[in-house]
Design a protein around this ligand. Structure first.
Ligand SMILES: [Zn+2]
Length: 174
């Protein structure tokens, strides 16, 4: 058995005859940046990936191969590798990108109030730049702590709440 079979967030998601295969919610970003819709696609996990980010946090995701050709997505093909994360309370593991993960740990996300989606589809700084250009200008300022803001869910357009953790994780004092 591989390490992912012990992950409680992945429990009971695998297909019985192919124990590394599971349905993943795959997307190419939110409606803000693409007009393609997310799809649930059978994927096969092949590795667990870990990265250490500044502040000592270790982030993990699983690398998987798409087993079916997407119906609508334009940039992904059968056989291609994706990354995914899973949350016990949400029906599907969710495709993520490295760019998304590299920023994700600096924020808390309150899942969508309608469908429960616990992850955004765009890297959060990209989302802020698009939605709140004034806030984005201030983010270069070291003293600036990203506030709490709401964001429309990329699946159902319900409301998700995003809050920056930066204020709670002081860096080396000057
Ligand atoms: Zn939603």
């Amino acid at each position: 058995m591989a390490i992912w079979h012990d992950d409680p967030d992945l429990k009971e998601r695998f297909y019985s005859e192919y124990p590394d295969d599971l349905l993943v919610l795959v997307h190419e970003g939110s409606f803000r940046f693409t007009n393609t819709k997310p799809e649930a696609i059978w994927s096969r996990i092949i590795a667990r990936m870990e990265w250490d980010f500044r502040g000592g946090e270790t982030i993990y995701a699983y690398k998987a191969i798409l087993l079916n050709q997407p119906q609508n997505l334009k940039t992904l093909k059968v056989g291609q590798e994706i990354l995914l994360v899973a949350h016990k309370a949400y029906q599907y593991p969710i495709r993520v990108t490295y760019d998304y993960l590299a920023e994700r740990h600096q924020y808390d996300i309150t899942p969508c109030n309608q469908c429960g989606l616990p992850e955004l589809f765009d890297p959060i700084p990209k989302l802020i730049e698009h939605t709140f250009p004034d806030m984005n200008k201030q983010m270069g300022n070291k003293e600036f702590a990203v506030p709490v803001f709401s964001s429309f869910c990329p699946v159902c357009r319900g409301v998700m709440i995003v809050s920056g953790k930066r204020a709670d994780t002081p860096e080396n004092p000057d």
